[in-house]
Write a protein that binds this ligand. Sequence first.
Ligand code: EPU
Length: 424
Amino acid sequence: MDKLIVNGGKPLSGTINISGSKNASLPILAATLLTSEPVIIRRVPDVSDTNYMLQILRALGAEVERSSGTVRIHAANIIPNAPYEIVRKMRASICVMGPLLARMGEANVSIPGGCVIGDRPVDLHLKGLGGLGAEIDTEGGNMLLKAPNGLVGKEIDLRGKHGPTVLGTDNLMMAAVLAEGTTIIESAACEPEVIDLAEFLISLGAKIEGAGTRRITIEGVKSLGGTDYTVIPDRIEAGTFMIAGAMCGSSEGVTLNRINREHIEIMSKELIAAGHDVEYSNNDTSVTVKPGSQPKGMKLTTAPYPGFPTDMQAQFTALCAVTPGISVVEDTIFPQRFMHCAEMARMGSDIKVDNGTAIINGVSSLSPAPVMASDLRASAALVLAALKAEGKTDILRLYHIDRGYEHIDEKLLLLGADVARVRE
Ligand code: EPU
């Protein structure tokens, strides 16, 4: 297992490129199962989650080639049984359920287990696929879905008690593209990653309208073709490095290339409101973030896109931990997603978590301490805290961060950070 040693307290400056989006790549890779034609996908980040998805595709019978960010997939002959050993490692594996069911009339995928950020049920995925006519059996830890006579389009409301579901919308959209007739998804997720999946499916020949709104209409087609597609930039990676700029940037600041301004607008807005300096290039393809001279506390509540993303909650909490005054950060989507707070307390932060809300009393400095990464975004928060704390912080269980941040140590080195990846 690797750990990251961060010798913090160094001002960061320079320019890095933002990678392709992990959360757009995962469903797009799964969607390649919908076609027997060859597909090329570009800018797939080299992170362990995309590697798990490629392993699943191979196990299902697809031919997969990867050379740096470009992935070639040919799912000419596939089987409907996703292997438990790989599926259990990543919740996003459930994205293969919709495509397998639509193409094979059958899907057999293990029920994903609990997860450190919350319960994460799959009821809405099953409601969507069941609505298209799939018979569903959940026995022995597996979900067995069958539609021997094919799926039939329907109007389905996917709203859950915590709002819309991103991967649930994806699964239903992927199944509906090959269903007979029209499917309407009401209360659909509007995240940029859902739009990217829809664009990818359209490039294969699917008929989809309204992605990016709460109502998506899909007209089923008989079969799909091939494509050459490039995934969108990772807005959460961009947001994480924007916070690095606000917390630790030099007077020059941290510049990020290959961004999509619209996707990171809410992060910019909150950083500016907290007193930091956020400037875009003329063509909006890069952004520079510098620390403000008089930063102030924040009040943040997570919400579905275009609201403040739950995937940025931990990193903003790290920023609040060293911002003078009181900040309040509430996570309504994953109220249990505050594992980073206990670890940051070991570094001297003053944070109280109660019922999905963190009350943060900003401290003037953090001190280094060995800390343990618990999940992807919590680990990113610990890296940010360690970059700020003067001295050496060891971040253990780095594999959590490698699930979703492409070569984070190399990018930090480019910005002048003193970091080293070593074997534990
Ligand atoms: N939910 C249900 N029933 C379902 C599905 C979801 O009640 O069947 C609830 C969840 O428990 C949660 C809410 O609905 O309270 C929203 O969850 P959602 O289904 O949208 O989450 P997801 O699709 O499983 C994706 C991202 C997550 C991100 C969430 C929310 C991917 C691969 N994952 O998960 O990303 O936090 O949307 O935006 O796209 C991450 O990248 O670190 C990460 C966890």
